[in-house]
Structure formats: C-alpha cells, structure tokens
Design a protein around this ligand. Structure first.
Ligand code: NCD
Ligand code: ZN
Length: 331
C-alpha cells in the first residue's frame, strides 16, 4: 500500500544555522515542498541583511531538493517604510514574548507599544505569527495568553494572526471566535501529554515549549486535525538541539520531528480512518490560509516498517530507535 501527498508544507520550522542547518535542512526538504522558517537564531533575523544571508544559507542547505523557504522576521517595532520594503521577502513576522522560549530574549515586553507595527502589518497584509504564552504557571500559559489574542484580533481585524503550536482545547475553541485567527499544531502535541514527558521517568527529548498538556487537550487538538479544521494547519515546530543540550541538568526545549513528521501523521490519520483529510491538513489549508501556491511536489510513502535512527548527526529525533509503520519512498 502506498500513499501520495502533494506539496506538503511545514508551517513552523526551526532550521538553525551552520552545521546544524546543514544536518537538518535536507531532512525537511526531502519530504516537504516548503516551510515557514523561524527567525529565533542566536542573532535573531531582524534586518534585511540578516534575512538575505539566512535565506541564502537555507536555500543552499536544502539544495538539490525542491523546497521553498518561507522566511520570517523576528518581531520588533519596525517602521512602515522598512516593512513596505521587506514585505515581498517574508511570509510573516514572528512575535515572541520576551524570554518565553529558546533565543527569545529580544522579544516583546508590551503589546501596547507594538501597536504601530501591528497597524503597518495590517495595511501591508503581513501575517503576524505568535508564540502565545504568558510567563505564568506553565500549564496555564497558553490559556492565559488568549486574552491577548482577543485584543489583537479585535484591534486589528484585517491582520492575519496565527496562533503558533496550539496545545489546548481552549485554543481550538478560540479559533471560532474571530475571523482573522488561525493556528498551527505540531505532530507531537497530537501524540503526547504531560504524562509522557514527566509522568514516569523524565523524557528530555519530549520536552518542548509549549509543554504538552492534559489528555482532554490532546483529544481536542486531534479531533480538529483529523477533520482538517480549515483554520488549522501543520507546523511541526521541529526544534533540534544537540544531544548534550537535551540530556542535561538544564534541558533545552524543543522536539526534533522533521524527518518523521509526515510518517507519524500517516500512522495517526490511518489509525482513525481519516487519511482522506491528511492532504488538507498538511498542505491545502496552509495554502488557503496564507494565500500562497506551494511548489508542486509529490511525495510517496509506503506501508513498510521503518526504524527511526537513534541520531541524525548529534541530534536525537522523537521516537529514536522505534519502528514506524510508514516509510518514505525515495524519489
Ligand atoms: C523552540 C526552539 O528550540 O527554537 N523550542 C520549542 O520548544 N518549541 C522555540 C519555540 O518554538 O518555542
Ligand atoms: Zn517553534
């Protein structure tokens, strides 16, 4: 049995820089037709030079695979003039509350003070991508942030707002409240809860931001993904860290799923008899939401056991050493 996907897109992806970029980029580019590239590098992507340099490095690292990097800028208060100049080079601007996750120290302290930039983005039709967590109690951070999304959605009704990597039932419900609110969801949040991370032995390779939540949250995310909720799209948030940063007394947040993200979704959608909805979830919804046309690329998978490598370079993937029932057919 084989299954074909057309132009799968990963709408939230960390590719890093340097050697790490060279290791991970081909692992996305061999299956995905494109991806939204996150700007939270050690030196954030927040000016034109940096953006050009990084885009070139990403394209080089993905070559010869066909892969469109949809670039983003790291949110700060930009002038309307600058945004107008840069708008055709980016798919959106990613906002991090200051200090909330990996390399986000230069993020936003006050949404109020960012109003002129939001207004300019709205006029120029530049989507706003948001890491929506407060600095409150870890399990409540996403739910507590929803009031900020409500303020943004109401204040800037023509601004496209993407709630990145949603993890709660409350966020799924929130999608219905405002026309200009959309979301990405990761593969791992469809699969795990906090119990998998910390309910038994501590599993550093399952630790990420936002942290996996309760079973009822996972159920709500899964329900929405399996029916390819039109305002929801895949964003793997594949976030590689070298093994010594994960297996450490201060474990870095991030799960590396890029090489197996689509295979895991095949297993999951097949299990629930929803394979017919997978194409929408991994590509068509994103193209509609962002109003883009992805490069045409057909990827085939076959129902054949595949054992996930223990490591890619010095990065341990999710499900390292375990068997998956779907396998990529190399072109
Ligand atoms: C991401 C990273 O490592 O860059 N980590 C994560 O746990 N998801 C940052 C992020 O998206 O929060
Ligand atoms: Zn991320």
């Amino acid at each position: 049995m084989t299954f074909k996907l057309t132009s799968p897109l990963d709408m939230h992806l960390h590719l890093r820089e340097g050697e790490m970029l060279k290791t991970v980029a081909p692992l996305s580019a061999r299956t995905f037709a494109g991806g939204v590239i996150m700007p939270n590098l050690v030196l954030p992507v927040d000016n034109e030079n940096r953006l050009r340099e990084y885009e070139t490095a990403v394209r080089q690292a993905c070559s010869p695979h066909q892969f469109e990097p949809y670039m983003t800028l790291f949110f700060k208060n930009y002038s309307a003039k600058f945004l107008e100049k840069i708008r055709d080079r980016i798919i959106g601007i990613k906002l991090y509350p200051a200090g909330i996750t990996t390399h986000s120290e230069g993020g936003v302290d006050s949404l109020q003070q960012a109003q002129p930039t939001f207004a300019a983005m709205q006029e120029l039709q530049i989507p706003l991508l948001v890491h929506g967590e407060t600095d409150g109690f870890v399990l409540d951070r996403e739910r507590d942030f929803l009031s900020n999304y409500a303020w943004l959605a109401k204040s800037f009704p023509r601004l496209k707002i993407i709630m990145e990597h949603i993890t709660t039932a409350a966020a799924v419900d929130f999608l219905q409240l405002y026309e200009n609110i959309y979301a990405t969801v990761t593969v791992h949040h469809l699969l795990i809860t906090l119990d998998d991370v910390a309910g038994g032995m501590l599993r550093p390779h399952l630790f990420c931001k936002p942290i996996a939540k309760r079973p009822q949250d996972r159920e709500a995310l899964l329900d929405a993904a399996l029916q390819a909720h039109p305002k929801l799209m895949l964003g793997s948030d594949s976030a590689p860290h070298p093994v010594h940063r994960k297996e450490s007394s201060c474990c870095a947040a991030g799960i590396f799923t890029a090489p197996i993200a689509l295979q895991l979704l095949l297993v999951l959608f097949e299990k629930y008899g929803k394979l017919d909805y997978l194409q929408d979830f991994v590509s068509d919804n994103a193209q509609w939401i962002y109003d883009i046309t992805a490069p045409k690329k057909e990827v085939r998978f076959e129902k054949k056991n595949f054992s996930v490598p223990e490591k890619y370079g010095d990065i341990v993937p999710m499900f390292a050493g375990e068997e998956l029932a779907w396998h990529l057919v190399e072109p």
